[in-house]
Design a binder for this molecule. Sequence first.
Ligand SMILES: NC(=O)c1ccc[n+]([C@@H]2O[C@H](COP(=O)([O-])OP(=O)(O)OC[C@H]3O[C@@H](n4cnc5c(N)ncnc54)[C@H](OP(=O)(O)O)[C@@H]3O)[C@@H](O)[C@H]2O)c1
Length: 305
Amino acid sequence: MTKILISGGTGLVGSHLSSRLVAKGYDVTLLSRKSNKEGTLPVYAWDYTKSIIDEKSIESIDFIIHLAGAGISSKRWTKYQMREIVNSRVKSAEFLLDIVKKRQKKLQGFISASAIGYYGCITSDTVFVEEDAPYNDFLGNTCRRWEEVANKFQQIGIRTVKLRTGIVLAPQGGALAQLLQSFKFRVGVFLGTGKQYMPWIHIDDLCDIYIKAIEDMRMQGSYNAVAPEQITNMELVKKLALYTTKPFFFFGIPALLLRIFLGKIANMLLNGSRISSRKLLQSGFDFKFPTIHEALVDLFSHKKR
Ligand SMILES: NC(=O)c1ccc[n+]([C@@H]2O[C@H](COP(=O)([O-])OP(=O)(O)OC[C@H]3O[C@@H](n4cnc5c(N)ncnc54)[C@H](OP(=O)(O)O)[C@@H]3O)[C@@H](O)[C@H]2O)c1
């Protein structure tokens, strides 16, 4: 049985992905900062800051999926938090690389999350493709460094895939839950002008991309994990209004106010360009939810169950 170790596997993506992998017959083990012997899947403790890992977690593993990382928008971007965002992705990946090298693990693949932040917090006319250079801002540099460590797995002969992920839409939690908050007060809120693009992906499609990255040996390098349909923040908020409590009115939170209350994170929310999914489509990937309409119909049907 193919054994897959997922770092940060307890989070939004990891919990969906691990259920899907188990259903497909994979042997799945999770790495977490807290061990949990009671869960349905084995969860082993690690602490990359102290180079600690439960040795059982790495016994006969075939693939590592690296999802661990401190939340990008969960806390204000203080110097400490920015360091945490970088280190929890980059240093943790370096620690995994070190283990693979020292224990001479014969991995079939290393698959790493990355993010569309690679292309920068900017609004432009460009439709970004995988060959484009990383942007020189905080998220661009974070993603570049995250991917550089992944590339070191490739350099030691391990097939490596990096998934530059858009905003993940899932039935519970994540960005959708945040976007829906204002609808409880019958208000549809967009950010700044609302004209910034919000590259997105349905959680099921994202899990299918990870599964394809495991199973399709031809996949290698970086892929934009975003849905083909490109929509702006305002378009998304207006679409959400069709599926939830009808808002009395819509309004845009002024950029200045967001910058005052959220600090540097505001830049990420106020900007966004289009990102191409062409490479993924050319690799033969078939999106179940290529349009936001199809995605929301499915996500809201889960909420009603
Ligand atoms: N969700 C999105 O919209 C989105 C978009 C683009 C990219 N991504 C990337 O995809 C990956 C998975 O996303 P997700 O939404 O599943 O994230 P998530 O729900 O926040 O889960 C990430 C996991 O990383 C671990 N983690 C958190 N802080 C950590 C730290 N300081 N050091 C080490 N581990 C830490 C946590 O596991 P334990 O508490 O069990 O240790 C957590 O469950 C992340 O790297 C994220 O940046 C996500």
